[in-house]
Design a protein around this ligand. Structure first.
Ligand code: UDP
Ligand code: LCN
Length: 796
């Protein structure tokens, strides 16, 4: 593509010159993809631009994610394909171009954004690529997010090539299995792979029986086998035969089947420090939304799955899951001030809360702290929480899952110390949400502290044994947009450091494992047998009558369909944005009422500045556009059963759900609405782009084009008025889509499979990446720790 550009500049010198002149006239230091595409398309429509119309110029612009304008130079970041970047500098007077290195490109950006003079000053460049030399990487972008398949194929081939060493390591691996003092799989009787093979053959013959009785157990033990191979003789035999096959000729499929049967995971620690982590009265509070819902559903699904697999392995061991979060003494009306809380719907899982303390004095922090300000407390939290966790479990966990930037950092610290497999879940990486927030990090120091967050992210991404994401685009974006993880491949925090190779989306550590929506709460509106009349009336009363919670607006024409939006009340969720589109579109106001659910109604009740701003803006819009009779605004709803019924009541009235976020990492409300049979319009920036097939199982809207989005919703409502089947078709397709793709039992079995496979490879090979960890420890000590301290200083 760069070569094409060079040729074009030469052959179409005049129109190319005029195109760059037009772009320069925008008078901006940084042009984004949308500016470049829009301007070039417009330019090609003009007479002077026409010669470029049939050339590759438009294609090149569509692949250019960003331009740094440094007159007379235009520096372009061209994303040839997903995850593949090149950088080029165009001299817009001489019309020549040359390729530049990523370091040069970032250097130019730093100079432009932060006024750093060029020269030979020393800049810390973070480059993780040298550690990955020789490490297998995916090649085809279509396979991104299917890391485990690739890794298995690649490593199982290599494992048995090195003169039998792989077999020896597999043998060792089977011998180290112990749980709570009980030896599993193999005992010390067997001393070599040959002896193992021989013993397996003898055992298989013994297993031609129906029950595992004491006699059989004694015989198996004498041959060297401990419990863990299976509950029934048939299953034990199958497991042994698979192992014999592997020892004979390993295949990725057999290895995967075998690992799926090995008892490895009995206890899991799930780390999620920020927000209010509880089971009631918390949803919709600041920093408290989908992540909490996700983890609680995840725990229930994992416990079920662990119990089933432990049973099949023939063991009587109670699985343990502990969610480690922050204890908040001033817990508002929640249980976040309690140290331990059993998780409903599980037998043994619990929430363990540990307070944030001042590092040196140990003084407990009493109040809620924004997720952007937790950094100074995390190191101590990791130490304290580790002690409490070990005491709680009586041993180290077998597997640690981190959540969001803060939880992933704590997971990094703990997993490293305990030598345990680490999995990261981002939920939302903030970098894509705030434009150029890396370059302008200093402007965010008073509120967001992105320098800490991005540094922690880079560390945790690189220490994790594997990362799971809810969608493909979370890793690698789309043809047009950069993935959330991809955005960490190269970036700059001027005056701190620049990352030239941070994370590679072709790394096989990435796996897509999508969450679901709790089917007990989010089910189709037509399942009337599961919908108590009383609950339905309660919700109708909240929408149309005088609810027992804070509200504004009283709908005057109650038989119109409802448009429903529900989220935390923060700027990125853009609920006020939707209110404004609605307010300005008279036809839409005539066609439907609007139901907003989220946040509080009184700014003084909120301790979150972002939420306060949104509350004020929402009230202002109500006043300015006289929305009282058309809109009902209810404060956040913390009762999950009621929340489920909201979607269905809106569906009863053949309305629609709208998710207008400026960016949504995944969007649980989207799958909740779709599972309820409620047609859904959701942002095209982020997860919903992948969840919904536009026009089939819902619709995409562009939050940067409010009027257009409002018209799209209006057009649908009008069509449904004329052709009610149109509503039914979208409703049905939404249910089908979520049933097939987003469900918790599939999630749990996949996640546990991954934990075993990555745990195995971590043991067998040097996947542990000792060198990377050592490098990152230094980065932590020299960069993140001082940055975290600065968060506190900024407050005082
Ligand atoms: N939610 C709720 N009450 C509210 C607002 C949100 O119960 O007032 C729930 C909603 O049902 C969903 C979650 O909070 O389960 C929000 O998750 P999502 O992924 O949509 O967004 P997040 O808040 O995580 O950014
Ligand atoms: C955080 C978000 O912002 C949402 O988009 C996700 O759905 C949620 O976490 C659960 O992963």
């Amino acid at each position: 593509m760069i070569e094409d550009l060079m040729e074009l500049l030469h052959e179409y010198r005049e129109p190319s010159y005029l195109l760059f002149r037009r772009l320069k006239a925008l008078d901006r230091q940084f042009l984004l993809w949308s500016d470049l595409v829009h301007e070039s398309e417009q330019f090609c429509e003009t007479e002077v631009g026409a010669p470029l119309r049939e050339t590759k110029m438009l294609r090149i612009m569509r692949h250019t994610q960003e331009a740094a304008v440094d007159d007379p130079f235009f520096n372009l970041a061209i994303r040839n394909r997903v995850g593949r970047w090149r950088y080029v500098q165009v001299h817009t007077e001489e019309m020549q171009a040359r390729e530049i290195e990523i370091s040069d490109y970032l250097d130019i950006k730093e100079r432009l954004a932060a006024g750093i003079p060029p020269g030979d000053r020393y800049v810390l460049e973070v480059d993780l690529s040298p550690f990955e030399r020789g490490f297998p990487k995916l090649k085809d972008a279509r396979n991104i997010g299917r890391g485990v398949e690739f890794l298995n194929r690649h490593l199982s081939g290599r494992l048995f090539l090195d003169g039998g060493q792989g077999q020896v390591r597999l043998f060792d691996f089977l011998q180290v299995h112990q749980v709570r003092g009980q030896q599993l799989m193999l005992n010390g009787t067997l001393r070599s792979v040959d002896e193992l093979r021989e013993a397996l053959n003898q055992a298989v013959e013994l297993l031609d029986t129906d029950v595992v009785d004491d006699g059989l157990q004694r015989e198996l033990r004498r041959l060297g086998f401990e419990p863990g191979w299976g509950r029934t003789p048939e299953r034990i035999r199958e497991s042994m035969e698979i192992l014999l096959d592997i020892l004979e000729a390993p295949s990725p499929t057999n290895l995967e089947r075998f690992l799926a049967r090995i008892p490895m995971i009995f206890s899991i620690a799930i780390i999620s420090p920020h927000g209010y982590f509880g089971q009631s009265n918390v949803l919709g509070k600041p920093d408290t939304g989908g992540q909490v819902v996700y983890i609680l559903d995840q725990v229930r699904a994992l416990e079920r799955e662990m119990r089933e697999s432990i049973h099949e392995q023939g063991l009587e061991i109670e699985p343990q899951i502990v969610v480690v979060t922050r204890l908040i003494p001033e817990a508002d009306d929640t249980t976040c001030d309690q140290r331990l809380e059993p998780i409903m719907g599980t037998i043994n899982a619990r929430i363990l809360r540990v307070p944030f303390c001042q590092y040196e004095s140990g003084e407990v922090i009493p109040h809620w702290i924004s997720r952007f300000e937790v950094w100074p407390y995390l190191e101590r939290f990791a130490n304290d929480a580790q002690k409490e966790l070990l005491a709680e479990l009586g041993a180290r966990p077998d597997f640690i899952i981190g959540n969001y930037s803060d939880g992933n950092l704590v997971a990094t610290i703990m997993a490293h110390r305990l030598g345990v497999t680490q999995c990261n879940i981002a939920h939302a990486l903030e970098k894509n949400k705030y434009l150029l927030s890396d370059l302008h990090w200093q402007n965010h120091e008073s509120d967001h502290h992105f320098a800490c967050q991005y540094t922690a992210d880079i560390m945790a991404m690189n220490t994790a044994d594997f990362i799971i994401t809810s969608t493909y685009q979370e890793i690698a974006g789309t043809d047009e947009s950069v993935g959330q993880y991809e955005a960490y491949s190269a970036f700059s925090l001027p005056r701190l450091y620049r990352v030239v190779s941070g994370i590679d989306c072709f790394d096989p550590k990435f796996n897509i494992v999508s969450p679901g929506a709790d089917p007990r709460v989010f089910f189709p509106y037509f399942r009337t047998e599961h919908r108590p009349e009383e609950l339905r009336r309660e919700i109708e009363d909240m929408v149309f009558g005088s609810p027992p919670c804070a509200f504004r607006g009283l709908l005057t024409e109650q038989d119109k369909p409802l448009l429903f939006v529900m989220s935390r009340l923060d700027r990125i969720k853009n609920m006020a944005g939707l209110l404004e589109w609605y307010a300005k579109n008279q036809e839409l106001r005539k066609a439907a009422n609007l139901l907003l659910v989220g946040g509080r109604l009184r700014p003084e009740e909120s301790n979150d500045w972002d939420e306060r701003e949104q509350i004020e803006r929402t009230h202002w819009l109500f006043d300015e556009y006289k929305l009282e009779g058309d809109v009902r605004w209810l404060e956040m709803q913390t009762n999950k059963t009621q929340v489920g019924e909201f979607y269905r009541v809106v569906a009863d009235r053949r309305g629609a759900f709208v998710q207008p976020a400026l960016f949504e990492a995944f969007g649980l409300t989207v799958i909740e609405a779709m599972s309820s049979g409620l047609p859904t319009f959701a942002t095209r920036y982020g997860g919903p782009l992948e969840i919904i097939q536009d026009g089939v199982s819902g619709f995409h809207i562009d939050p940067t084009r409010g009027a257009e989005s409002a018209n799209k919703i209006l057009a649908f409502l009008k069509e449904c008025e004329e052709r009610p089947e149109a509503w039914d078709a979208i409703s049905k397709a939404g249910i089908k889509r979520t049933d097939e793709r987003y469900n918790w039992s599939l999630y749990a079995s996949t996640l546990l499979k991954l934990s075993r496979i990555y745990g195995f490879w971590r043991y067998i090979t040097s996947l542990e990446r000792q060198e990377t960890r050592r490098y990152l420890e230094m980065f932590y000590g020299l960069m993140l720790r001082p940055l975290a301290r600065r968060v506190l200083q900024a407050k005082h």
